[in-house]
Design a protein around this ligand. Structure first.
Ligand code: UDP
Length: 232
């Protein structure tokens, strides 16, 4: 298979008609400064992410997702990735606490949407609409607004689904891309690597923060997220 791109946690290959995305066992934090390999992490993320993409598809959202192949692959439509990270926050945690005087755990009503520029070299800086347009990441404000709307829709769908399963969706990161016909599609992944999940009762951390903050039992919690998402 022809390798098109090897990212920090996923490899993208050219399939017969579409793309094959392989979820690897690599975990990174701090723009790649910290790295580990955990056997089975890729399969867990592929399975969890597949369930979320299915839910979003069922709700009529346009995504790149075409199917899940056990244990660790997605089939996906080819898109040109927009070099922005779209972050949605329901609860204050992580980098926003280092930038503004919010208290950890405080709720954002309505949820916040922030854009970051995808760049390890520049450490994914937050940007406003003018900077995103000047960088050529998007054509105009309309494109940013469509991403904002889709992100809030993803938030509504996933937040409700997870709440029924005893999981708080604290925040998450999305990526979008353009397909050949000019449609804006949700791409990338939605997994414990790219979301913050807290147990609704105990407030335990159930996501990649366990790795970032050396809390231990990373895969045990990813497995628990998989179990709750699939209800088995
Ligand atoms: N996130 C991500 N990739 C990034 C940066 C952030 O998937 O390069 C996710 C992260 O897992 C969290 C949300 O986006 O769910 C918000 O992350 P934050 O800005 O708080 O940054 P961090 O604390 O991870 O540096």
């Amino acid at each position: 298979m022809e390798l098109l791109n090897k990212g920090k946690a996923k490899s993208v290959y050219k399939g017969e008609a579409d793309l094959i995305i392989e979820f690897r066992d690599d975990l990174t934090a701090g723009d790649g400064a910290k790295h580990a390999t955990m056997e089975g992490k890729g399969a867990l993320n592929a399975e969890i992410s597949a369930r979320f993409f299915e839910l979003l598809d069922e709700a009529g959202m346009e995504t790149h997702f075409l199917g899940y192949e056990k244990p660790n692959r997605h089939l996906a439509k080819e898109v040109k990735i927009i070099p922005l990270e779209v972050i949605c926050r329901n609860i204050a945690a992580g980098s926003i606490l280092r930038r503004y005087p919010f208290e950890e755990g405080q709720e954002f009503t309505p949820p916040l949407v922030e854009f970051g520029f995808k760049s390890d070299e520049y450490h994914d800086p937050m940007l406003n609409d003018e900077v995103a347009i000047a960088l050529g990441a998007v054509k105009d404000r309309g494109e940013l607004n469509r991403m904002r709307e889709m992100t809030l829709r993803v938030n509504d769908i996933l937040r409700g689904f997870l709440a029924e399963r005893g999981v708080i969706l604290v925040d998450f990161k999305l990526e979008f891309g353009w397909d050949r016909d000019g449609n804006l599609l949700l791409a990338d992944e939605v997994s414990p690597d790219t979301c913050r999940f807290w147990d609704a009762e105990t407030k335990e951390v159930m996501d990649k923060d366990r790795f970032r903050r050396d809390m231990g039992d990373v895969l045990e919690y990813y497995r628990e997220i998989r179990r709750r998402v699939y209800g088995d």
